[in-house]
Design a protein around this ligand. Sequence first.
Ligand code: IVH
Length: 690
Amino acid sequence: MGRHHRLVQEVHRLSEQIQRRAAELRGAIEKANYEYHVLDSPAIGDEQYDGMLHELTVLEQRHPEIVTPESPTQRVGAPPSERFKPVRHAAPMLSLANAFGEDELRAFDQRVGKALGRTVVEYVCELKIDGLAVNLTYADGKLTQGATRGDGVTGEDVTANLRTIRSVPLTLRERDKGRIDVRGEVYLPRASFEATNRERIEREEPPFANPRNAAAGAVRQMDPRKTAERDLAIFVYSAAGLEVDSQHLLLMRLRDLGFRVNPMWKLVRGVDEVIARIAELRDKRQSLGYGTDGVVVKVDAIADQERLGYVARSPRWAVAYKFPAEQATTVVEDIKTYVGRTGVLTPVAWLAPVQIGGTTVRRATLHNLDEVRRLDVRVGDRVIVQRAGDVIPEVVRAEPRTADLPEWDMPKSCPECGQPVEHREGEVAYRCANPTCPAKQGQRLGHFVGRGGMDIEGAGWAFLAQVQERGLVSDPADIFDLTMDQLTALDRYAEKSAANLFQRIQDAKERPLERIVYALGIPQVGETTSLDLARWLAAELGPSADLAAVMGRLRRATAEELQDIDGVGPVVAQSITTWIADPEEQAFLDKLVKAGVRPVMPERREIPAASPFAGKTVVFTGTLERRSREEAEALVRELGGKTSGSVSRKTSLVVAGPAAGSKLEKAKELGVDVIDEDAFDAQVRAAGRS
Ligand code: IVH
């Protein structure tokens, strides 16, 4: 054997050894992950784990050819992306009907029992985790794609981010052939949620309102390294592509495959046992390390689930029982007012700190003066405060007072700028009338650069306060005119961080249209309406319209025209036209155009080819028996139609249930087609939906 040949053989042997060692380490690390994250019983210590991960990292760095995408070192690896790719789900990700209280649960059980011809049904009760629904796709046992729920039909490709979550298996413990789609909830543990919020408050960034928002923020990070910094975890609860006969066997199978399944699930017989289990879970709620907003009750047998089927976008075989809002009693120490983006003053109760649902509550909103009067809350009162799922804490009622306390009133002058507070007859809101009120401007700036808006990372409150104080920025468009020199002159901005921020500001000139619309800060126009408006503008102007064209179209829009857009009612339409008619806002829009802001127009929604509703405007009236009004409207929109709350000449079709009133009259008067719910169902089915 020649020397060269021996050398080659030697190298080959070494490389096999390395490969083997790497495989061994990967196996051991994944096993440790499984024991730690899924079984909750780690068999090895942190040091040993870190040691193995380190050895593997070094091996792979020296021999890059041995790296596999499933290697535990590759959880963070992908570079930041510009935008997430849309992913069409193999099967739509559905939502659940809600049940509040025992009666609604019993009604659900009655319906199920009747449809199945049985008096006692077996159910699985699972915790409803307060997080973000995701779909994980595995091909031949390897994670190939992770997506958010999105609108249920199309989500976003967040594979790189989901890979960073240690309890998301990259490979399955059994290499099942073929494709499996697993669904679950990504969430942020309570402790990390609170730590994140403490950090945000320190950095003078607004805290997340709930764990779900925090999880969504982390999962939708453009840079997976940012996602990895959060301590996200997953619980999975459903799957397509696994052969099992029941939900409880599915949960067991998922766990065997290496997935993390919430351990609180229980198989029960009959509705009484469901109710008993819910009571148990309600008591345990506080002691769990994560947020839950209820219990999902699912018919256990898959064959029964198939018989029951679906209504609109929810299964008939499952229901989400919502826990009642968590409450506590405390004392109002003060009532202060905050000036919002539009100058509206919001009264906020400052409370003696109190624990509600595992978090400390110090403030609660009182919404407006009408609400303060209705509740008759005064400084010094004892009050019941609640946190209902995802809302900011609020005062439910005041306890009868024992001493005389003065009534609270809105301040006559703005607490921020001292200028008079205005109250228009018939309006609930009290506003600071000063257009240059620094609080108002500050809020407006914060809204403009914030998440959901132009999303300029690093432009936090500390930065905004400085540019405002120095008079560099008076309306949000001025941000785009900031020069490198101005940025380096700011406190706490060295050359490098100033350069970074400068670049981010330039990058923010290109944003999806819906974000630009949201960033404008038009009163009443939130994220959903912004998307509705953006879609309408895209349909009107085509995919390559520039900002000047967009703003021009918005300016010309009449309130009537706007009301024809799905999701835009008369109040919102009026608010938009009033806002845009304001010369100051017009100047602001012109500045945005001049600054070179470029919209990315939203994609056209795909409309099923054979849709009976494509291009039609449908109005529902009377009671619907098989689905809620919202569900029916959502169906029409998915099928390419529009919906409206009132009948006009533009209405193409009226769906009338029993007890239909004036809308039906009007439809007849105008000669609009009228059908009943059965006929509507038939059309929906004909379009391939149920
Ligand atoms: S089952 C058709 N199980 O709740 C089945 N959902 O309102 C639909 N969720 O989008 C989902 N924990 O994000 C199911 N144990 C659980 C859940 C759960 C949380 C969320 C999920 C879903 C929403 C439905």
